[in-house]
Design a protein around this ligand. Structure first.
Ligand SMILES: Cc1cc2nc3c(=O)[nH]c(=O)nc-3n(C[C@H](O)[C@H](O)[C@H](O)COP(=O)(O)OP(=O)(O)OC[C@H]3O[C@@H](n4cnc5c(N)ncnc54)[C@H](O)[C@@H]3O)c2cc1C
Length: 308
């Protein structure tokens, strides 16, 4: 985590003076890391993805979080965000009855006099529960709304979020995911009531980008391990790499990897009219309207993860 934060993999493109090409530089760092250690990617991705939304919509009470959000430090201490040298942000959408269907979320949000909200309900998947805050979907009077829910409140007391248990994730123990209950936890709305999906998808779109990069990195790692083995292992008097059927398998892996790399190059970055352009221009122009970009991102992410 310290290495990832020191290399700004969680926030490099969001600096005020970010240089052109910075999105690509950050993607390259993410992919290099993902090839050796995937367990730390989730907190980095979620923080990366939440930061542009928070830069726009952070509630005034938490305005001082901007500096630690953009820092190059990993700070694991349990302190209010403003006292920390670096922050992590998570995401709480998924509920038992809904899963992908977040409109069926049942967590309730009651507005208080000071403009904050009290959240009551559950989340079935709440990764990186030690994050300094989560962006959480809950039903307010005006509909599904996105809330900023800090782990510790500004006065240093714990927010009323109870972790029921940690998930068993098929052997992945490097990164905790939990089941959580909100027992009148305090949250602050990001955007208007009823705009929850629109707001949280600003984060979700960027997490899809990293899902695609992560799958690509696993494929790259798999190809390099396969090549290493095929070059040094001998069978029937030949190195494996010289046997025709093995060459066919390795060639197919290399082609798929190259195809995925090119699709990553055409990834539409949010809010921009161009793409990441990390490779040569594709013969097919990438989509330009915001809705086409959103669909393109979802499709690319699904396709790349499936092949990976
Ligand atoms: C490792 C891990 C970490 C996670 N961390 C978080 C987290 O931090 N925060 C969070 O909020 N969630 C998190 N999730 C939950 C994740 O977002 C959900 O698993 C996801 O939204 C799918 O919900 P579900 O598992 O209930 O599947 P369901 O929604 O029940 O879907 C079941 C199947 O139906 C398919 N399906 C769903 N809708 C459609 C449709 N309209 N058409 C066709 N097929 C469909 C799905 O592709 C899937 O194959 C995490 C999940 C995992 C595995």
């Amino acid at each position: 985590m310290q290495g990832l934060c020191a290399n700004r993999v969680h926030n490099l493109p969001w600096e005020e003076d970010a240089r052109s090409g910075v999105f690509v530089a950050r993607a390259a760092r993410f992919m290099l890391h993902a090839q050796v250690e995937a367990g730390t990617l989730c907190p980095i991705t979620m923080t990366f993805a939440a930061t542009p939304l928070l830069q726009q919509a952070l509630p005034p009470l938490f305005a001082d979080w901007r500096a630690p959000l953009l820092s190059d430090r990993y700070d694991p201490h349990q302190q209010p965000g403003v006292q920390k040298r670096g922050l992590l942000i998570g995401m709480g959408m998924t509920e038992k009855q809904g899963g992908s269907d977040v409109l069926s979320n049942s967590t309730r949000a009651e507005r208080l006099e000071d403009g904050s909200y009290q959240l009551t309900g559950h989340k079935w998947f709440f990764s990186v529960p030690q994050s300094d805050a989560h962006l959480v979907l809950a039903q307010a009077n005006g509909g599904l709304t996105c809330f900023f829910v800090p782990r510790l409140l500004p006065d240093g007391t714990r927010n009323a979020i109870r972790l029921e248990r940690l998930k068993d994730k098929l052997g992945n123990r490097a990164n905790a995911s939990s089941e959580a209950e909100f027992q009148q936890a305090l949250g602050w709305a990001l955007g208007e009531e009823g705009e929850g999906i629109r707001q949280i998808l600003k984060m979700g779109g960027l997490t899809r980008f990293d899902c695609a990069l992560g799958s690509h990195s696993l494929m790259r790692r798999a190809l390099s391990v396969a090549l290493y083995h095929a070059f040094q292992r001998q069978a029937f008097g030949h190195n494996l790499v010289d046997l025709p059927l093995m060459r066919q398998v390795l060639g197919k892996m290399a082609l798929q990897l190259e195809g995925r790399r090119r699709s990553c190059s055409a990834w539409p970055t949010p809010g921009s009219s161009h793409t990441t352009r990390c490779g040569r221009d594709s013969s097919r122009p990438p989509p330009s309207s915001p809705s086409a970009k959103r669909e393109f991102r979802s499709w690319l992410r699904r396709w790349r993860c499936w092949v990976g």
